[in-house]
Ligand binder design. Structure first.
Ligand code: ATP
Length: 364
């Protein structure tokens, strides 16, 4: 049984702008689903429609098999954690956490017990008497999560809850939230524009762009087998390299060819792409699948010139140009003898190549 279903959901704002277009998505019970995409792609709008904070223009949303289009937000059995945390500033941490229980008419004794239990779970017992302004960003984030989980809802909705934290805290909070979801066994729908959060936290990731759902799958599958250039380019840092090229047949096999490269497709891909022979394509290769070649005599070697270097300690990014002026990036081990301006030979590992249709940008 799916925990949440979006069925052909569309959102058109009053000014006519269509922020979410024909959105179909099933989210399993106990799933950690991350909705990711660039700013303005419609993630928050989708989450707000699920939360009942925004009306649905067309289509249906179901939570645990119940159609909720016309169900008020407070009756949807959801809890939401916002980017701003939206804590009540005049209340203590205890009062913030107990507030929803109070509204439900839960007895004072039970409120106390549940706040204590949740606070212990999140390591914020010592903060219960403080007001939000007396807390650090990380502590506020925990209180906001505590306020959500104390209600024991069927679904948690989170909108960029870690974006106000510094990088180190964010890493720690990512792990804590993942662990919490496993412990609670509740459906999480988590919105972020941060691909690292998406890749590390989601059991599945739904990638959106311009109001349209692009692909839904596990992080690994999305990374290894993106459906289109948008998904391929969005996940991975630095982004996948894209080169315009042609698929040509020569010496009984297929090659990816342009003015700067002539690369044979590996044997296992020959049959698959035979039908596209003669076509203009976009050839994609991730930076980690380009190496610096010593010999310079392999068929997959490419003449290159360093334009810039980025030393990261444990690895290095080599920005380089090909003989036709196209730019590429290689992610390589940090022991480099290169400086900008140097010519070198790049090895393209064609076992990991992606080919996309030039017009539709869909994978071939
Ligand atoms: P971000 O990461 O920046 O929050 P998002 O993916 O969450 O972006 P949404 O907030 O869902 O994006 O907005 C989607 C699109 O809808 C944006 O182009 C936004 O400008 C537009 N939009 C949002 N609210 C309204 C509104 N009330 N009226 C008209 N357009 C809106």
């Amino acid at each position: 049984m799916a925990g949440i279903v979006f069925e052909q959901v569309t959102k058109q704002y009053e000014n006519g702008f269509e922020a979410v277009k024909n959105f179909n998505l099933e989210i399993g019970e106990q799933e950690f689903l991350v909705l990711v995409g660039p700013s303005g792609c419609g993630k928050t709008t989708s989450l707000r429609m699920l939360a009942g904070l925004e009306s649905i223009s067309t289509g249906n949303i179901y939570i645990n098999d119940k159609r909720v289009n016309d169900v008020a937000s407070k009756d949807r059995d959801i809890a939401m954690v916002f980017q701003s945390y939206a804590l009540y500033p005049h209340m203590t941490v205890f009062e913030n956490m107990a507030f929803s229980l109070d509204l439900q008419g839960v007895s004072k004794a039970e409120q106390k017990e549940r706040v204590q239990k949740t606070a212990t779970q999140l390591g914020i017992e010592a903060l219960l008497d403080r007001k939000p302004k007396q807390l650090s960003g990380g502590q506020r984030q925990r209180v906001a999560v505590g306020r959500a989980i104390i209600r024991d809802p069927a679904v948690f909705l989170m909108d960029e809850p870690l974006s106000n934290l510094d990088a180190k805290l964010r890493g720690q909070a990512r792990t804590e939230l993942s662990d919490l979801q496993t412990k609670l066994g509740t459906t999480f729908v988590y919105v972020t524009h941060d691909q690292v959060e998406a890749m590390t936290m989601g059991t599945r990731i739904a990638v959106m762009n311009q109001g349209i759902l692009q692909q839904v799958d596990t992080p690994q599958t999305l990374y290894e087998r993106p459906n289109n250039m948008f998904v391929a380019g969005f996940l991975g840092s630095p982004s996948m390299n894209f080169l315009k090229a042609k698929l040509t047949a020569e010496q009984g096999q297929l090659w990816v060819v342009n003015q700067a490269v002539k690369l044979p497709l590996p044997p296992q891909l020959q049959a698959k792409y035979q039908q596209y022979q003669g076509m203009e394509v976009i050839f994609g290769l991730r930076p980690e699948h380009i190496a610096l070649s010593a010999a310079g005599d392999s068929a997959t070697d490419v003449a290159a010139q360093v334009s810039a270097l980025e030393m990261m300690g444990h690895e290095a990014m080599v920005y380089f140009t090909l003989s036709d002026g196209q730019n590429c990036i290689a992610r390589v081990p940090p022991q480099l003898q290169l400086v900008p301006g140097d010519n070198f030979t790049a090895y393209f590992d064609m076992n990991y190549c992606h080919l996309f249709d030039l017009d539709s940008e869909h994978v071939l």
